[in-house]
Design a protein around this ligand. Structure first.
Ligand code: PHE
Length: 344
């Protein structure tokens, strides 16, 4: 039988070459079909055995069987190798490279009011104040009665206060925490209380929910100058510079005497009569305060003959707006992501 009819060596060489260049399962499959498929080279060789003379058939048949075994073995080995390579690639592709910069750099941030709250809390904690918290749903007693707010006081009006059906109310200020804290901790006492307060107000400069920070100091022989010094310390630290102050006589039922504190306009320092922040007055009202009324100290079960003190309340939303130059109150409440992400 001439070699060109049963060219075993040629088919073998052809197979080895084809196999060497098959890098994927698809390519491997093509090789398989090319040699062992219905019209494959090996299949044709096996079929042509019948045309051989019987004496040649045996020897060539054995050779072809060996070739078939070798081809099958090589195909299986190649498949195993390809699978291993693909697995390795898959693992590499899915591995997380922690050194890469993230695609969308989406950082969370504190809301400017929360940022302000934390900054003032830090300053006051540095002055020895502890943080006390009180309930947002209050009893009339704590929100008004014990703060010396008589029944006829306009602050109790349905216009200002959100009343709940059970007679409780949403606290209209953080001052109820004054009496809660005196009852809980006694004297001497230094606390601040940040939190949400609620009033039936809703226009471009008022929101029905806003944030206050209450401060209360109870001790012996507390003078008004300690209050002044504390406020100056706090505000200078918060705004990062020494500001001018102005204390104006005012009225709160729970402090006597009562004051309101103005600081110099943080925008124009009084130099711009068209200033949008202070409207040309040069001053900004930032806090209500005063010496705690003896009736309030009594309500806190502390003896006003021995102890006195001061209290103040500041609007955190306003402080945030002043510090970060935010000129529209609504920006603080409408959850605009691009505003919140601008970083404070
Ligand atoms: N509670 C007052 C208000 O909401 C502020 C205040 C607090 C005044 C403490 C005096 C003392 O307006």
């Amino acid at each position: 039988m001439p070699d060109d009819l049963i060219n075993i060596a040629g088919v073998k060489e052809d197979f080895k070459n084809s196999l060497a260049s098959a890098k994927t399962f698809n390519e491997l499959d093509e090789v398989r079909v090319k040699f062992t498929g219905k019209k494959g080279a090996l299949t044709l060789l096996l079929r042509s055995l019948g045309k051989l003379a019987p004496e040649e058939r045996k020897e060539t048949g054995q050779k072809l069987n060996l070739l078939r075994d070798e081809i099958e073995h090589d195909l299986t080995t190649a498949a195993t190798k390809i699978r291993a390579a693909e697995n390795e690639k898959l693992e590499l592709d899915s591995r997380i490279d922690v050194t890469l910069t993230p695609k969308n750099d989406f950082n969370g941030a504190f809301h400017p009011v929360m940022q302000t709250m934390h900054e003032i809390m830090n300053i006051m904690q540095g002055l020895g104040y502890s943080v006390a918290l009180g309930p947002e749903i209050e009893e009339d007693f704590y929100n008004f009665e014990c703060l010396n707010i008589p029944k006829w006081h306009p602050a109790r009006d349905m216009q200002d206060t959100f009343y709940l059906p059970d007679g409780k109310l949403l606290r209209t200020h953080t001052s109820p925490v004054q009496v809660h804290s005196m009852l809980e901790f006694g004297a001497p006492l230094r606390i601040i209380c940040p939190g949400k307060v609620f009033r039936r107000d809703n226009d471009t400069t008022h929101s029905p929910m806003f944030n206050q920070m209450e401060g209360l100091l109870i001790d012996r022989d507390v003078s008004f100058s300690v209050l002044k010094g504390t406020m100056a310390e706090m505000l200078n630290a918060f705004f990062g510079r020494s500001l001018k102050y102005r204390f104006r006589a005012s009225y709160f039922p729970f402090t006597e005497p009562s004051m309101e504190l103005d600081i110099e306009c943080v925008k124009c320092s009084g130099h711009d009569e068209n200033c949008r922040v202070c409207h040309g007055t040069g001053w900004l009202e930032v806090a209500g305060m005063g010496m705690v009324h003896p009736e309030v100290i009594k309500a806190g079960k502390i003896d006003p003959e021995i102890y006195n003190g001061f209290a103040f309340g500041i609007g955190l939303d306003r402080m945030a707006m002043l510090k970060y130059g935010i000129n529209d109150l609504r920006l603080l409440f409408n959850g605009d992501i691009s505003f919140l992400q601008s970083g404070f």
